[in-house]
Design a protein around this ligand. Structure first.
Ligand code: FE
Ligand code: ZN
Ligand code: FE
Length: 163
């Protein structure tokens, strides 16, 4: 398939990110269940709730453009999550494993921040103000999820893992 303009690339990237969020809705409960630290489990559950809302908003945007929501599978997210799962299985001690779960979760958030940054920028460039607003709101959720994980790691999880 060849793309002919920015709108087509934009729609395709929205479809990719919809797939990424769908994969996260499967993965986050498993990560939360594996978490030993109660604060980490709660943070992952909270972001699961946000992620479901993000998927709904992507569906709304795709519906406005008459685009098929399930046109793509995001292979990048598949790989990131596959590595996260493999790595978690390699650590038996719960405290260092929590530090590893946070590292994997932050890798996911940074990837999403990159994607939504681009999508919001393109939406603005294409004059799609309603899309841009929704995408910027999601971008802020991803950034704050990342910051919460950093806080939790520094304050609680890493000191326990290092002890
Ligand atoms: Fe997300
Ligand atoms: Zn694709
Ligand atoms: Fe996220």
């Amino acid at each position: 398939m060849k793309f002919e303009n920015l709108t087509q690339i934009y729609i395709s990237e929205l479809q990719e990110q919809r797939s990424a969020e769908e994969q996260l809705i499967q993965a986050l409960p498993k990560m939360a269940e594996m978490a030993h630290d109660a604060g980490l489990g709660a943070a992952l559950q909270e972001h699961l709730r946000e992620t479901r809302g993000q998927l709904d908003r992507l569906d709304e945007i795709l519906a406005r453009h008459g685009a098929e929501p399930r046109a793509h599978t995001d292979r990048s997210m598949e790989t990131i999550l596959g590595e996260a799962g493999k790595w978690a299985m390699m650590i038996d001690d719960p405290e260092p494993r929590d530090a590893g779960i946070i590292a994997s979760a932050q890798r996911v958030e940074h990837y999403e921040i990159a994607v939504y940054g681009t999508l919001a920028c393109w939406a603005g460039q294409l004059g799609l103000a309603e899309d841009a607003d929704a995408l910027l709101a999601i971008l802020e959720e991803e950034k704050s999820a990342d910051e919460k994980l950093s806080e939790l790691a520094k304050r609680e999880v890493n000191p326990q893992a290092a002890a």
